[in-house]
Write a protein that binds this ligand. Structure first.
Ligand code: SF4
Length: 337
């Protein structure tokens, strides 16, 4: 079959499957192949901390949402391969309209982003015309286009504190992060009722029992967790802040209340310390993000080889969504983040 015909057929299948389902020669070393494709195509692999360890190890940059957006803004690669979820690849495309942005599996969505549909949010915003909108980066391009400033869990507090005290604010889409920021800043932001399925699932009861069994361990939690978990945490921070804290703090063991992918970097950075994943409130023993874990090394290789699936976006939407991201990046520079 000709390459053109093959690609046309696979592209048609992509619409249904969301990823390339092409047989791979089992003798190939995918790590070597991905490195070769990076060089040949001037491609960069950006990976979120919640990706599987193999993908983290092959990535050119691993980070949380703020770091990934900053890398996407400054890269001179021709192709950005985004090992993360859809809104992250979308953010890279918003910042790089002339570059090719690839996502190994288009099904890699986000429950938090899905909890805030743009038409409903637009109606909500119209009811509060005197409020400005700060949206957590975990949202669709449609929500970004309706926002004034984007934030991440690394800079949300500083961004909110940079606004005048009497400024009315809508915070979307994560009610847990918004509630936490309200608490630490003393603000009363209006919160959209969205949440992340991974961070809402932690069991307070099981964590409390775990703390009793490991009294020496510090509980460290992401602010997307529910208030009850945050209340008993020894440290609260973004993924990057949790990583830094676990490396530099004197404690030798930690109970980690966020997606389990981060444990790979924590263990690499501090091999002698002990990291225990906080248990979820279900029969399963792990709290993996099912969206993040849709990406695999095989899908990453295929997506680099065939340059599919690609993220595309209508220009008007892209321009509207870029404005609040630029604002966040500018503020982060001012804050030294
Ligand atoms: S961990 Fe939660 S917020 Fe992050 S991608 Fe998964 S569902 Fe979305």
């Amino acid at each position: 079959m000709s390459d053109v015909k093959f690609l046309a057929e696979e592209t048609a299948k992509l619409d249904i499957k969301g990823f390339l389902d092409v047989e791979i020669d089992p003798t190939l070393d995918l790590f070597d192949e991905i490195e070769r494709l990076k060089r040949e195509k001037n491609a960069i692999v950006l990976a979120h901390y919640y990706q599987e360890p193999d993908i983290q190890d092959i990535a050119d940059y691993i980070g949380d949402s703020l770091g990934l957006a900053q890398q996407a803004e400054k890269t001179d690669a021709d192709i950005i391969v985004f090992a993360g979820v859809h809104f992250m690849a979308e953010t890279a495309k918003i910042l790089n309209p002339n570059k090719k942005v690839l996502l190994p599996d288009l099904n890699a969505g986000c429950s938090l982003s899905d909890s805030c549909p743009p038409p409903l949010f637009k109606a909500f915003k119209e009811k509060h015309p005197d409020h400005i909108v700060i949206s957590y980066i975990n949202c669709s391009a449609g929500i970004k286009a309706l926002s004034d400033i984007i934030c991440t869990s690394s800079n949300a507090r500083q961004i909110v504190e940079s606004l005048p005290l009497d400024q009315k604010i809508i915070f979307a889409p994560d009610k847990n992060l918004g509630g936490y920021i309200n608490k630490v800043t003393g603000r009363n932001m209006l919160l959209w009722n969205g949440a992340c399925m991974v961070h809402e699932i932690f069991s307070l009861e099981k964590i409390t029992r775990l703390k009793e069994r490991h009294p020496e361990a510090k509980l460290i939690a992401h602010p997307e967790c529910e208030e009850a978990v945050l209340r008993i945490a020894d440290f609260i921070g973004s993924t990057t802040q949790l990583l830094k804290f676990s490396e530099t703090d004197e404690a030798q063991s930690f109970i980690v209340a966020t997606e389990t992918g981060i444990l790979h970097q924590m263990q690499k950075n501090a091999p002698d310390k002990t990291f225990i994943a906080a248990p979820p409130d279900n029969a399963c023993a792990c709290n993996d993000c099912p969206h993040m874990k849709l990406n695999t090394l095989e899908k990453l290789y295929l997506c680099m080889k065939y340059e599919l699936p690609e993220i595309t976006m209508e220009e008007q939407l892209r321009v509207a969504a870029k404005r609040p991201i630029d604002k966040m990046l500018e503020l982060s520079r001012q804050f030294g983040l």
